[in-house]
Design a protein around this ligand. Structure first.
Ligand SMILES: NC(=O)C1=CN([C@@H]2O[C@H](COP(=O)(O)OP(=O)(O)OC[C@H]3O[C@@H](n4cnc5c(N)ncnc54)[C@H](O)[C@@H]3O)[C@@H](O)[C@H]2O)C=CC1
Ligand SMILES: O=C(O)[C@@H]1CCC=N1
Length: 276
């Protein structure tokens, strides 16, 4: 995409998720002057201002500048943040992109006055290092051009895949939206166990992180399934076999499935509770 065709993107809410996307966009060369970010306290936006973004506490000003309006506040306050922006959103009619868990296109559209093109995007924080994974869904008002715009934007920070039904975003949340936390938890556990086995904290940390990176890179680059790659590490009567047997005896597969079901269920609950 050439510079002249790049849309102006305004983030309403500049917390963890927005900052991860902004960081990824900037590092990938997205012009800072085409990015707006708002928050409740100007001083918290000083670092973004210093990187050349347009920042402030006035959501309406950001809306009026936006080709793409990214709603990145917590689901619980989305309605109270959207409703006061209604008049300016109706005037400007940007493409609405919400990254909030759970909240449906219909609610967002209604809170913003109706008849809007609304994309729901479930991103994840590795967007910060351009290794994000986003699931996208657009309502019937989203044109092919707007779909291409949203996909292009999120492709700056990683993988961007469309799902056919809005309901599937609950599953995307369980896999990739929340997924980084599962891997971080696993890293924490491996680092702690490495220390218990006698390694220094720094050594346990560096070996754990490099192993996670290596396994993810290898699985991404390989034509083989992760199951096959696992078997290649697991020598019969060797060491890995004992670790895998221990995981399986503890019911790892079921533990993971139950955790992801709980995640998707919470996403459905948020949608239900916060609907009008
Ligand atoms: N953190 C994550 O890994 C992911 C988060 N999400 C979604 O992203 C959204 C934001 O989550 P986080 O960034 O984690 O939360 P956060 O709490 O870090 O960020 C929210 C930001 O909104 C700002 N805010 C509050 N009221 C505002 C207002 N009236 N106007 C402008 N800004 C306002 C807050 O100051 C805060 O910085 C949520 O809806 C969440 O479901 C989606 C995928 C992953
Ligand atoms: O935990 C949450 O609710 C958000 C949505 C997906 C990841 N973080």
């Amino acid at each position: 995409m050439t510079k002249s065709t790049q849309p102006t993107v305004a983030f309403i809410g500049a917390g963890n998720m927005a900052r991860a996307i902004i960081g990824g966009l900037l590092d990938n060369g997205y012009p800072a002057n085409l990015i707006w970010a708002t928050g409740t306290r100007a001083e918290k936006l000083a670092d973004l201002e210093a990187r050349g973004l347009n920042t402030g506490t006035n959501n309406d000003a950001a809306v009026l500048a936006a080709d793409i309006l990214i709603l990145a506040v917590k689901p619980q306050i989305m309605k109270q943040v959207c409703e006061p922006m209604r008049a300016t959103v109706q005037q400007r009619r940007p493409l609405i992109v919400s990254v909030a868990a759970g909240i449906g296109c219909d609610s967002l559209d209604q809170w913003l006055g109706g008849s809007h093109a609304v994309v729901r995007c479930m991103p994840n924080t590795p967007s910060q290092v351009q290794s994000g994974a986003s699931g996208l869904y657009g309502n019937e008002r989203v044109s092919d051009e707007q779909k291409a715009q949203a996909e292009s934007l999120m492709s700056h920070v990683g993988l961007a895949l469309w799902v056919e039904r809005e309901e599937l975003l609950h599953a995307v949340t369980a896999v990739s939206g929340s997924g980084p936390a599962y891997y971080f938890l696993f890293m924490e556990a491996m680092m702690a166990a490495g220390e218990k086995l006698g390694l220094g904290a720094d050594t346990a940390r560096r070996l754990t992180l490099q192993t996670a990176l290596g396994a993810a890179r290898m699985a991404s680059a390989s034509e083989l399934d992760p199951a096959e790659l696992r078997r290649n590490v697991t020598s019969p009567k060797g060491t890995t076999e004992q670790a895998i047997l221990s995981f399986q005896a503890a019911g790892l597969e079921k533990i993971v499935e139950e955790a992801m079901q709980a995640c998707a269920q919470r996403s459905r609950e948020l949608a239900e509770q916060l609907r009008d």
